[in-house]
Design a protein around this ligand. Structure first.
Ligand SMILES: Cc1cn([C@H]2C[C@H](O)[C@@H](COP(=O)(O)OP(=O)(O)O[C@H]3O[C@H](C)C(=O)[C@H](O)[C@H]3O)O2)c(=O)[nH]c1=O
Length: 180
């Protein structure tokens, strides 16, 4: 597994070693000891999986009192995945990083607690699978608008994305609660 820190260094892009043969492929997707060495001491307690159609944008979500670190990957299709630094005292507060995750590159993104997270589906469909370091707490969840003018995220979007009601009514970044 290769670990690469992105422009926001706490966000880490992981590239697995893929063993292909005439049957298909095999890859290890997670080793606790390797992960801790490169990303820190975290335990995962909940795994999630979602499927979305092209043009759907899920996010930008975060839990404030019960922040979740997320190790995310695409098992089918292609998405543009974004993490936004919501940590008030961070030197990269309000900055974002985005990468394409797909079933070809098989890359994974570590989004630590303290970040808002979301993705936009580029392929006809995409299946998204991820591990969380804390449990889902719906009453503690916040959604920042994907098109917030201050964040100015450069999504690779042609037309208006399809959003859930929650995301359509997301908060502006400057009105959003932050991690102190
Ligand atoms: C997140 C979650 C949702 N749900 C239920 C609640 C709703 O009835 C249904 C869909 O939930 P929601 O619309 O919040 O799902 P997403 O829009 O994919 O939310 C996720 O989208 C972005 C990409 C994230 O990073 C978060 O992990 C998460 O917020 O699943 C659960 O039962 N458990 C959960 O952990």
């Amino acid at each position: 597994m290769d670990f690469k820190r992105l422009a926001i260094p706490d966000v880490v892009l992981m590239t697995p070693q893929v063993f292909g043969d005439e049957r298909g492929f095999f890859m290890e997707t997670f080793r606790q000891n390797e992960f801790e060495k490169h990303c820190g001491k975290y335990q995962f307690v909940q795994d999630n999986h979602s499927k979305s159609r092209q043009g759907i944008l899920r996010g930008l979500h975060y839990q404030l009192k019960q922040p979740q670190g997320k190790l995310v990957r695409v098992t089918q299709g292609r998405v543009f995945d974004v993490a936004v630094d919501m940590r008030e005292n961070s030197s990269t507060f309000g900055e974002w990083v985005g990468v394409e995750l797909n079933d070809e590159n098989k890359q994974m993104l570590w989004v630590p607690p303290g970040f808002a997270h979301g993705f936009y589906v580029l392929s006809e469909t995409a299946e998204f699978s991820y591990k969380c370091t804390d449990y889902y707490a719906p009453d503690d969840e916040h959604s920042v608008r994907w098109d917030d003018p201050v964040l100015a995220i450069k999504w690779p979007i042609g037309k208006e994305p399809q959003l859930s009601d929650k995301d359509r009514n997301g908060e502006l970044f400057q009105q959003s609660p932050v991690y102190e």
